[in-house]
Design a protein around this ligand. Structure first.
Ligand code: SF4
Length: 354
């Protein structure tokens, strides 16, 4: 697409977006905090899943002050099931920075906003443009795909080295008079028309500008760098009963599933049975001896870069005082109280069997 056609492209795209955009709760607000929450939730997560979480989150923490004042555990509980929990921890931390250092207002300034915990180039551009109409082009996976097809860009979309190229293209194409609408329109086009498989080019509002469509090469773009197969880890966990109570441990705040609660366990070593691994990890992680070990079930779960298969056992507390080696906290609680704690998806998959 030649630069002289960029304005026509913007007009067609915005016109289409104004008429065909999907209803979403965060599109009916100009509250920067609400827009920010939606953008954080939408990273790596589909719109359809985000809507309920967004509504619940905003009802519970309607402004940055109430989010900053809430205990992290309450924030994680509302986020439970949405995954990528670092997003929730960072949002919470960032709200505290805003309240303590920025007079309680989401900053209308790209550089200041970009420095907040968890804010990257994409969310800074998205929030500043949508909430404040600042001229920053947002580039996420959907937008990279659209750009790759519009301009026949052969840089692999999953290679960090390509980021600059896509950003440059997006910057050139951005409608600086309506950057927020333009960014949302590009995202919407990628999500509903220029989809990863079988883009609906015949009804695409910008097909006249699309080099891939014009040359019938839509299926060749975007290009991707080959990635290694996703490894699978075998985990064993133990639900330790002491009378009516079970022991749960809290993960350290940094890292995967940080701050969530789970049953003690760990990886099954090569040549080890899952039951032996379960007992070994209970000793190593919480320093307890157990007996009457019974196999309960197996569940599977997929993360972005690996999968887990989890063998779950129940057992009885035998002896010892809890001494933590790894988790940041532990509690004996009644099974009925498990719902009060933020738990990983994999744990939810077997709760009904307890
Ligand atoms: Fe995507 Fe097809 Fe539209 Fe090109 S014409 S932007 S490939 S949907």
């Amino acid at each position: 697409m030649l630069k002289k056609h960029h304005q026509d492209f913007r007009d067609e795209l915005l016109n289409w977006f104004k008429n065909y955009q999907r209803e979403m709760p965060w599109r009916n607000t100009d509250n920067p905090y609400h827009i920010w929450v939606s953008e954080v939730m939408l990273q790596q997560t589909q719109v359809i899943k985000v809507v309920d979480y967004y509504n619940r989150f905003i009802a519970r923490f309607p402004d940055v002050q109430r989010l900053a004042a809430a205990p992290l555990q309450d924030v994680l509980k509302v986020w439970e099931g949405l995954g990528y929990y670092a997003r929730a921890r960072n949002l919470h931390k960032a709200a505290q920075v805003i309240v303590n250092e920025l007079e309680g207002e989401v900053p209308l300034d790209y550089a200041t906003f970009r420095k907040l915990p968890g804010v990257g180039d994409y969310s800074a551009a998205a929030v500043q443009s949508i909430a404040f109409n600042e001229p920053y082009a947002a580039v996420d996976g959907n937008i990279k795909r659209v750009l790759a097809r519009l301009f026949l860009m052969d840089a692999p979309v999953n290679d960090a080295k390509s980021a600059k190229l896509f950003q440059q293209r997006a910057d050139e194409l951005l409608d600086s008079t309506a950057p927020g609408l333009f960014n949302q329109a590009m995202m919407e086009l990628g999500a509903t028309v220029c989809r990863p498989q079988s883009p609906t080019c015949l009804i695409c509002p910008v097909n006249a500008f699309c080099e891939a469509f014009q040359t019938a090469r839509q299926d060749e773009f975007p290009q991707r760098r080959e990635t290694k197969p996703v490894p699978e880890h075998h985990i064993a966990v133990g639900v330790i009963y002491r009378g009516e109570e079970v022991l749960i441990t809290q993960r350290q705040l940094d890292g995967l599933l940080g701050g969530l609660w789970e049953f003690p366990g760990g990886q099954v070593a090569e040549g080890e049975t899952a039951e032996t691994a379960c007992v070994r990890h209970i000793v190593e992680v919480v320093n307890l001896s157990v007996n009457d070990i019974k196999y309960l079930t197996r569940v599977r779960h997929a993360f972005t870069h690996f999968k887990i298969v989890v063998d779950v056992f129940t057992c009885d507390y035998q002896s010892g005082e809890v001494i933590l080696n790894g988790p940041r906290d532990a509690k004996w609680i009644e099974v009925g109280a498990l719902g009060d704690y933020p738990l990983p998806r994999a744990t939810h998959k077997f709760l009904d069997k307890l």
